[in-house]
Every structure is written in structure tokens, then in C-alpha cells.
Write a protein that binds this ligand. Structure first.
Ligand SMILES: Nc1ncnc2c1ncn2[C@@H]1O[C@H](COP(=O)(O)OP(=O)(O)OP(=O)(O)O)[C@@H](O)[C@H]1O
Length: 484
């Protein structure tokens, strides 16, 4: 996956032309990402910070706690294929499936693509969604499944299955909230569709401009650009779209800017267009809205207690103030670099402060926030995917969808809150879901520095009904939990 993405980055100077992705037989138009960030993703980062104090040099985390962390991270890294097979045979696991990929009526070329990706058995969401999505007449679907359980493959297989390659115009539209996620999904399409060279895909993302009507079958992109191409330039005809996919559907519906654009598109779709909504989370009011939008949809929904994954162990570290939060990060640095870690901050300012402070103190870290150009963002993400950087400091712009298998740890430097400083439980779940991908063991650590943030933590804990334990090597119960 990484090699293809990096090839896109290397080619970003070749302007405004459709390039063919040489990694697979499938043609993918490459984004020319010379310009500033997607404004949509910046919309996910809120507020500013006043955090400027210089931390002191005290040990807040004990040696025992550090070695405890190391132990859990090593366990995550040691998860093997054999262990995955065990999980896929456990009926209580979201990775469980009673069916094989052969049972799912996929075209032989797609089946070959699935196996070429190293997938042996479908996950629960793949097993449940694909018969609905591939059946005739096409059915609409609103689907929920935990982070890292293979939703992308489910809708990508459906998209590829519905292409009529005799018709040279866009038939499938897939909307993602961020540039990076659109690129990542494009890469999955390229891998899954590697034995379908006739299928053409184009990216509609900021920085990639075309001047003519589109002949590609699949458009994947962010809402603003897609609207621009559809209604301002009329590069394609929305009334000919047969499949409409909203990835991270809840944020597309709940965030004002996205909602206006997605609904504008949705209104122009033909009545027989198949609609697919996917996410790991749906707040109640968002789900009600989605049901009104697509009244005849089949709904695959999780119970609240199923939403958070047992393979992601959640902890918190109590800190007196922001200085102590910094020291906590500096102290666990050695432990967390055994694997790879993502550290989430609430604002770009905090992210950039933390990154420069750690760098000044001799720790290697990467920074990815909406302050960077899209070129820089993709380059940073590629380096992280290739494990050239082990720690990525970021904001909510990376909270959703991004799939880097070796991320063993997520740190919430700041707990996620909404504009009114209330707990943002959905973002919390998406952030911690950057680890524990497809059954791997993962750890989430929350830094708590005030009674207000402790309150936020407790509300998140209560919301999902899963314990968030104090990281404390003295606590035997915790240790036992980690062994399980
Ligand atoms: N059937 C399968 N067998 C093995 N690996 C799989 C299978 N399906 C998906 N994967 C892998 O699992 C990882 C997570 O998949 P994916 O990114 O689609 O999850 P997701 O449900 O979309 O997560 P998120 O909610 O974070 O967007 C990916 O690395 C993918 O390649």
C-alpha cells in the first residue's frame, strides 16, 4: 500500500494530467497536490491553545510503569496470523464470519484481488454487508462496524462489482471527509481491483484539476471538489451515478459544511441509485437523520456496548498540569517507540508546540496537522506508514479511517471535546481505533490534567461502558487484564 501512495507523492509535480498507477492493472488518476490543505479537514480542528510553558525535568512515570507499557506494546507487535485466525473463528469477535469469500458471489477477478491482498476470510461486516450490497435489485445500506474491522473492503468490493466498464462515464461516487482518507481508499481500490484493468478511477481532491468531461468509472474525493466538478464545471452527470458511498457517514452528516454538500449531491442522484453509508459511530440524531435521508435502507447497527473493541486496552495517566503531561510523554517515549504511536492534540498549536518541544529535547517525532500543505501531509503520512517515523503528533484531522497496521499506541494528549467542551465520544472512539487494527492488540493512553478533563474521561468511560484504568504498575488487576 505504502509504495503506491509514495509513488503518487513523487509524481505530484506532473501537473494536471491523468497518470496511470503502475502498481496495479487498474488505472487511477493521480492527484496533483500542490496547494494548501483541504479546508474540510481543517474544520475538524478546533480552538487555539495558550500552552507555552517550558516543562521541567521530573520523572512522573515510574520505571515499573514504563516496563508495563513496553510489555503491552510488545504483545501487540507479536500478534500473529495464527492468532488472527483464532479470532476469526470466535463468534463473539467482530472479525468472525461463517462464510468464505467464495460464498459472497464476487466476480472471479475481485476474488483474486481479495486473496492477493492476503485476506483469507471475511470479517463480520464484510459477510453481512456484501450480500445486501451485491444483491439485485440493489439495496441501500446504512452500516456500522467497529474501527479497523474492514468496512473499506466491504464498500470497495461493492463499488467495483457495480461498475459497467462498457460505459465510459462516472457511475460510482465515493465521498471521504479528508484528502488522506480519499487517497488511502483509492489505494484499496487499486489493490482490490488489480485484476480489473478496465476499471478507471479518478480523484476529486483539492489541487487536482481537470478540464474535460470525465470518462473514469469511479470518482473518489472530498465533497467540495466533487460538487465543484458536478455542478460548476459539469465534468460528470450526477443523474448517471448508480452507487453513492458516504465513508465516515456520521461526520459527513453531522458537520455542517459536509452536510450541505453531501445533501446537495444526494438530492440530484437518480431514484434507482444505490446508497451506502459506513461508519464506526452514529450518534442517535445522526442515525435518525440518515434514516430519513434513505428511508428504505437496510440498517446494520451495533449496540453501544459493542462499539469499543476489547483488543484496545484503555488507560489514563493523572497529571497535575500541562507540564506534567509533557513529562509523561517524554518519560514514556522509550517505551512507545518499540512500536508506532499516534499522539492526538485538540489544536494545531498544541500539536506543533508538543512536536517542537520533544524535538528540542532530542526525541524524533513527526507532525501532521492542517497547517501543512496536502503535499507535506501525504509525505509525512508515507514516512509514518513506512515506519521511518515512529511517533506521529497530530490533530483530529487524522482521527478517522487512517489505517497504519503497526500503530500499537494512541495517546490522547488532550481528550477530545466538542466546541462546547463537552466530551466528544465519537471522536474518542475513532482516535483510539487508529490502533488495534483488524484484531491486533492496541493501547490507548489518556492524559488527564484537571478535574474537568477527569470528568470528560469518566463520561467517555460511562458512555461506552468499558473501563479506562489508571496506568499504575502497582495495580495487579491491570496487569492481569493486559495478559488476557
Ligand atoms: N478480511 C480481511 N482479512 C484480513 N485483513 C483485512 C480484512 N479486511 C480488512 N482487512 C485489513 O484490516 C485493516 C482495517 O480495515 P479498514 O481500514 O477497512 O477498517 P475500517 O473498518 O474501515 O476502519 P475505520 O473505522 O478505522 O475506518 C486494513 O489493514 C485491511 O487491509
Amino acid at each position: 500500500m505504502a509504495s503506491a501512495v509514495s509513488s503518487w507523492v513523487e509524481k505530484t509535480n506532473e501537473q494536471e494530467q491523468t497518470l496511470v498507477n503502475e502498481v496495479s492493472g487498474l488505472s487511477i488518476a493521480q492527484p496533483d497536490s500542490k496547494r494548501k490543505e483541504e479546508s474540510t479537514s481543517a474544520a475538524q480542528e478546533v480552538g487555539e491553545t495558550t500552552e507555552t510553558e517550558k516543562p521541567q525535568n521530573e520523572e512522573e512515570i515510574t520505571v515499573a510503569e514504563r516496563s508495563l507499557l513496553q510489555k503491552i506494546i510488545r504483545k501487540g507487535l507479536m500478534d500473529t496470523k495464527a492468532q488472527l485466525e483464532v479470532k476469526q473463528k470466535d463468534p463473539t469477535s467482530p472479525l468472525y464470519s461463517a462464510k468464505s469469500f467464495e460464498d459472497l458471489n464476487l466476480r472471479p477477478e475481485l476474488l483474486k484481488g481479495v486473496y492477493a491482498m492476503g485476506f483469507n476470510t471475511p470479517s463480520r461486516i464484510q459477510e453481512s454487508a456484501l450480500p445486501i450490497l451485491l444483491g439485485n435489485p440493489p439495496q441501500n445500506l446504512i452500516a456500522q462496524s467497529q474501527s479497523g474491522t474492514g468496512k473499506t473492503a466491504a464498500f470497495v468490493l461493492a463499488m467495483l462489482s457495480r461498475v459497467d466498464s462498457n460505459l465510459n462515464y462516472p457511475q460510482i461516487l465515493c465521498l471521504s471527509p479528508t484528502y488522506e482518507l480519499a487517497v488511502q481508499t483509492g489505494e484499496v481500490i487499486s489493490q482490490m481491483g488489480q485484476f480489473c484493468p478496465e476499471i478507471q478511477v479518478v480523484f476529486a481532491v483539492r489541487g487536482y484539476d481537470i478540464n474535460e468531461k470525465l470518462s473514469a468509472h469511479i470518482i473518489i474525493g472530498t465533497p467540495g471538489k466533487i460538487i465543484d466538478w458536478a455542478f460548476r464545471h459539469k465534468f460528470f452527470d450526477v443523474s448517471k451515478i448508480r452507487v453513492f458511498v458516504l465513508d465516515e457517514a456520521d461526520v459527513m452528516i453531522a458537520t455542517q459544511g459536509y452536510q450541505d454538500l453531501s445533501i446537495k449531491l444526494h438530492r440530484k442522484l437518480p431514484p434507482n441509485c444505490q446508497k451506502m453509508l459506513f461508519s464506526a459511530t452514529y450518534e442517535e440524531n445522526v442515525m435518525r437523520f440518515a434514516e430519513k435521508l434513505i428511508p428504505d435502507a437496510t440498517i446494520l447497527r451495533l449496540k453501544r456496548e459493542e462499539e469499543s473493541l476489547d483488543n484496545i486496552k484503555q488507560f489514563y495517566i493523572e497529571c497535575k498540569d500541562s507540564n506534567e503531561k509533557y513529562r509523561a510523554i517524554a518519560n514514556i517515549y522509550g517505551a512507545i517507540t518499540i512500536g508506532q504511536a499516534m499522539i492526538f492534540c485538540q489544536t494545531r498549536n498544541t500539536a506543533s508546540w508538543l512536536s517542537s518541544q520533544l524535538t528540542k529535547d532530542g526525541h524524533a517525532v513527526a507532525l501532521l496537522s492542517g497547517d501543512l500543505t496536502v503535499d507535506q501531509r501525504i509525505a509525512v503520512l508515507n514516512r509514518f506508514r513506512e515506519a521511518q517515523e515512529r511517533i506521529l503528533i497530530t490533530t483530529n484531522v487524522m482521527a478517522r479511517g487512517i489505517d497504519v497496521e503497526q500503530v500499537t499506541l494512541v495517546v490522547n494528549y488532550d481528550l477530545p471535546v466538542d466546541m462546547n467542551k463537552r466530551p466528544d465520544c465519537e471522536t474518542y472512539l475513532h482516535r483510539i481505533g487508529r490502533t488495534g487494527r483488524f484484531g491486533k492488540a492496541g493501547i490507548a493512553i489518556n492524559l488527564v490534567d484537571s478535574s474537568r478533563s477527569m470528568n470528560v474521561l469518566r463520561q467517555i468511560e460511562q458512555h461506552f461502558g468499558k473501563p479506562i484504568l489508571k496506568l499504575d504498575a502497582e495495580n495487579v488487576a491491570e496487569l492481569e487484564q493486559l495478559e488476557s
